[in-house]
Design a protein around this ligand. Structure first.
Ligand SMILES: *[C@@H]1O[C@H](CO)[C@@H](O)[C@H](O)[C@H]1NC(C)=O
Ligand SMILES: *[C@@H]1O[C@H](CO)[C@@H](O)[C@H](O)[C@H]1NC(C)=O
Ligand SMILES: *[C@@H]1O[C@H](CO)[C@@H](O)[C@H](O)[C@H]1NC(C)=O
Ligand SMILES: *[C@@H]1O[C@H](CO)[C@@H](O)[C@H](O)[C@H]1NC(C)=O
Ligand SMILES: *[C@@H]1O[C@H](CO)[C@@H](O)[C@H](O)[C@H]1NC(C)=O
Ligand SMILES: [Zn+2]
Length: 432
């Protein structure tokens, strides 16, 4: 009897102690496959992604913020802030006074474009004692209030980005950051399937092939996690920034050539057009109403004055948003003059269009199995990541209540199981 009581008490103590050892967070890897439309896995054989549905969490789809472009959307994910707050309003950097524009690649190493007060999770986590890394992830290469991410790789121009061997090497590298350098949080970025979506279109065999390649890469990731012994310590989120739609071409539709409706030379001071479905225009002084009314006559286009942007776009507060915003109807190419437009697929359209929706998948010790989440806004990923890393979030616009249902409570599947096993042994001993 004493022995039984003793065992019982010991077991109770072990059970009690569990949450303490568990106060240490698990590691987190976030992978983004640029331009992965929410339904890309539905017309291709994707055995590894299918297996993930059983072994983890899948959201029906997620909704990006209102500028459905790479940098604005990734920065909302990593800061949990709306675009008007984080200020990364385009892939290109621009100055509407000097008319200077810099390419997407250039912005990757230009802190001035990213560092507007909203701290990305890498920095917030580092300030709370964690080690973080960024492999090609947009925003990772910038400094924030003078602080840089512990370990950063920025993609160099001209680098081939569809080489499957290199994709695997990138996974090996990132996993070694966890195992050898004991990093806590790493973000990894792939430029596909965005590149193929633009070049060939989303409804082509090329796009299906790249999805198969992504699926094999996810299979490789899971094997590798097993191989290096991280299965019980690493959570993984797989997501993306926006979807992709087929661009409607002649003779089916006419392109929207804005110069047909408004005299760009005389009336417009600055514009950011010819870049997918989203554009911004700064009229010359005193020409605001004229430009607005002329653009309103263009078909297949929605025109907003900055002050009348819909509330749920969360854009109008930011100075970088120009006075007039144009968003083409889904699939219409927004052409400023008569530039030959080669993209077969594009994005930048309204985030409520299904073709702009993207993916969310997750697995690891803190995620439930076989859990289908309702659709949600990508802004809610941020508080989820903070919860997983057990850090205090910076001020943000997400809500943990939207995403925490996908988590195993009391810290981890394995521990829940062992608590269950211990409890039954305890009961067994008591009744012996
Ligand atoms: C644009 O450039 C001008 C001149 O260099 C500078 O004064 C201004 O602050 C810049 N504007 C923005 C928004 O960076
Ligand atoms: C970030 O800061 C470091 C150290 O001060 C500096 O070497 C680096 O060039 C900066 N990077 C950018 C993108 O400004
Ligand atoms: C792909 O990358 C591997 C490893 O870096 C390299 O050996 C190979 O030549 C590359 N293949 C192509 C087609 O570029
Ligand atoms: C585009 O605009 C034209 C002219 O207003 C209209 O006839 C057509 O139905 C529109 N196309 C779509 C797909 O909305
Ligand atoms: C987003 O969060 C920031 C920081 O807490 C806050 O200042 C801002 O008002 C929020 N935006 C909205 C639309 O709630
Ligand atoms: Zn793109």
């Amino acid at each position: 009897m004493w022995l039984e009581l003793y065992l019982g008490v010991t077991l109770l103590l072990i059970v009690e102690c569990k949450p303490l050892t568990n106060g240490k967070h698990n590691k987190l890897l976030v992978i983004s496959f640029d331009g992965f439309r929410w339904d890309y896995d539905q017309d291709v054989d994707t055995p590894n992604m299918d297996k993930l549905v059983k072994d983890g969490v899948k959201a029906k789809y997620i909704t990006p913020p209102a500028i459905t472009m790479t940098s604005p959307s990734h920065f909302t994910t990593i800061t949990g802030r709306w675009i008007e707050d984080h200020g990364v309003v385009h892939n290109m950097m621009f100055n509407s006074t000097t008319h200077k524009k810099s390419s997407h690649r250039v912005t990757m190493k230009t802190s001035e474009w990213w560092d507007n007060g909203a701290l990305p999770l890498w920095i917030t986590a580092q300030n709370q004692g964690l080690k973080t890394g960024s492999f090609y992830f947009p925003g990772g290469g910038a400094n924030y209030s003078g602080q840089s991410v512990n370990r950063v790789l920025v993609e160099e121009p001209g680098q081939p980005n569809e080489n499957e061997t290199q994709w695997r090497e990138n996974i090996d590298t990132v996993l070694s950051w966890f195992t050898e350098d004991d990093m806590d949080f790493v973000t990894l970025y792939y430029g596909e399937p965005d590149r193929v979506g633009h070049a060939k279109g989303p409804d082509t065999p090329d796009r299906k092939n790249i999805i198969k390649q992504i699926d094999r890469t996810i299979g490789y990731l899971r094997e590798s996690i097993q191989r290096v012994g991280l299965s019980q310590r690493l959570n993984v989120i797989i997501t993306s920034d926006h979807g992709m739609t087929t661009i409607k071409k002649k003779p089916l539709v006419d392109e929207i050539v804005l110069s047909k409706y408004v005299n760009l030379f005389n009336l417009v001071y600055f514009e950011l057009l010819d870049y997918g479905g989203f554009g911004m225009i700064t009229p010359r002084k005193g020409k605001e109403q004229e430009v607005y009314e002329s653009l309103m006559k263009a078909p297949n286009l929605t025109v907003y004055k900055k002050e009348n942007l819909p509330e749920n776009f969360h854009l109008s507060k930011n100075d970088r948003i120009q006075p007039i915003i144009v968003i083409a109807d889904l699939g219409f190419n927004l052409n400023s003059r008569l530039i030959v437009y080669v993209n077969k697929g594009d994005h930048g359209f309204n985030m409520d269009e299904m073709d702009m929706k993207t993916i969310f998948r997750a697995f690891g010790p803190d995620f439930k199995n076989n859990y289908l989440s309702e659709a949600f806004d990508s802004i809610h990923i941020y508080p989820l990541m903070c919860k997983l890393l057990r850090i205090t979030p910076a001020p943000h616009n997400g809500s943990l209540s939207i995403t925490e249902g996908m988590l195993v409570q009391n810290g981890g599947k394995t521990n829940q199981m062992s608590i269950g096993v211990l409890a039954s042994i305890f009961v067994y001993i008591l009744f012996m």
